[in-house]
Design a protein around this ligand. Structure first.
Ligand code: F6R
Ligand code: MG
Length: 364
């Protein structure tokens, strides 16, 4: 029987402002998941990254299962109710619908799931981010599964030598495409280098074994207006034919710039932190990522290990602070602020509207 890992998340309210999830909310969510263990679920773990409540669940029901999605939805609704009682900020903000209809996709929450036959020993890494967009994983997934200068196993381990298959989603035109690496890596990069539109959804071994799964929903495209950021999650399998745990987390030592900081309208450095630092502060950020490591054992989650709670990541955190000063010095100027095309889904069009009648045409 196969094991499914489902990571479903939503921002259902936080304190103060958009900085962190309230402990009472985490408690209620953890209790509800524990109650479902033994019936719907095998195991569960609850955490948060910034203002996002993260439900990590294992079961045998496969991806897109109605019972699992309903469980998550009901927990988010109950937690949003609690958030409203406490007048937490943005209570219920990611819950776009009011009636559950079989699947949380398209209703606001982010979902990453993978189903697999457990190997003799099966390490997984769950990444969770705040103040950024789903395409933020593109750079890292490429480094992990396709860059031989990053993952040494691609070169020296025969079990990785064949490469991987990437499924890329076009979130604007709602279509998908597969690329095989290494032979199509330049073509893959031609698309995923534009992470606001092209998002890696899955990575497989060439024999079809699942290696990575991400959340791809874009709330603003769904709602057609600014309703917060998508703050994505990702599951990666490691070792024995997949990149080693250390190869999976090594690329996070590079402080790349991602979109989604302050008002979902700014680029900022992506800072890997331990769970104790998964609270957004400076300028509502900077964008953060946490990583929890588990061994999956007959559906049980052995762990977690807080992977970025580690002095090996101090340097990138310092670099993120440097970059953040440099970007903040731009104030309201690009490239700190997102491009105009991406600003369409922020509060900016509301400002422009006030001046639409004051513009005068220039002579030809
Ligand atoms: C929310 C976020 C924040 C808010 C900002 C303004 O996830 O990233 O930066 O966009 O705090 O929030 P409002 O408009 O609710 O005052
Ligand atoms: Mg968030």
């Amino acid at each position: 029987v196969k094991t499914t890992v489902s990571v479903i998340k939503a921002d259902i309210g936080s304190f103060p402002g958009h900085s962190r999830t309230h402990p009472k909310i985490l408690e209620v969510a953890a209790r509800r998941l524990k109650e479902a263990e033994g019936s719907i679920l095998i195991d569960s773990y609850v955490t948060h990254c910034g203002d996002d409540l993260e439900l990590i669940m294992t079961h045998t029901k496969g991806e897109d299962n109605e019972e699992i999605h309903k469980l998550a939805w009901d927990i988010f609704m109950e937690c949003a109710g609690l958030a409203k009682e406490m007048k937490l900020y943005g209570a219920g903000q990611d819950l776009l619908g009011d009636a559950f209809s079989g699947n949380v996709k398209g209703m606001g929450p982010g979902v990453a799931e993978m189903e697999f036959e457990e190997r003799g020993s099966d390490p997984i890494l769950v990444f969770m981010a705040d103040k950024t967009e789903p395409g933020a994983w593109n750079y890292f997934l490429y480094k992990i599964f396709a860059d031989p200068f990053s993952t040494s196993g691609l070169v020296i381990d025969p079990s990785l030598h064949d490469g991987f298959t990437f499924e890329v989603h076009d979130v604007i035109k709602k279509r998908k495409i597969l690329f095989n690496t290494p032979e199509e890596s330049y073509s893959l990069l031609a698309y995923i280098g534009a992470p606001s539109r092209y998002v890696i959804k899955y990575v497989w071994k060439r024999n079809g074994l699942i290696g990575a799964s991400t959340s791809t929903q874009r709330l603003n495209l769904m709602a057609g207006r600014y309703v917060g950021k998508d703050d994505p999650v990702m599951i990666v399998r490691a070792q024995s034919g997949f990149p080693a745990v250390g190869e999976v987390i090594d690329p996070f030592r590079t402080p790349i710039l991602v979109a989604g900081w302050m008002r979902g309208s700014h680029h900022g450095p992506f800072m890997p932190v331990g769970v104790c630092d998964a609270n957004c502060t400076q300028f509502d950020g900077p964008p953060r990522v946490i990583c929890l490591g588990f061994q999956v054992c007959n559906g049980k989650l052995i762990g977690p290990a807080d992977m970025f709670d580690d002095p090996a990541y101090n340097r990138v955190r310092d670099q993120c602070c440097e970059l953040s000063s440099l970007l903040r010095a731009h104030g309201p100027f690009e490239p700190h602020r997102l491009s105009l095309e991406e600003m369409e889904y922020t509060a900016l069009p509301g400002v422009e509207k006030q001046f639409k009648d004051r513009w005068e045409d220039l002579p030809e």
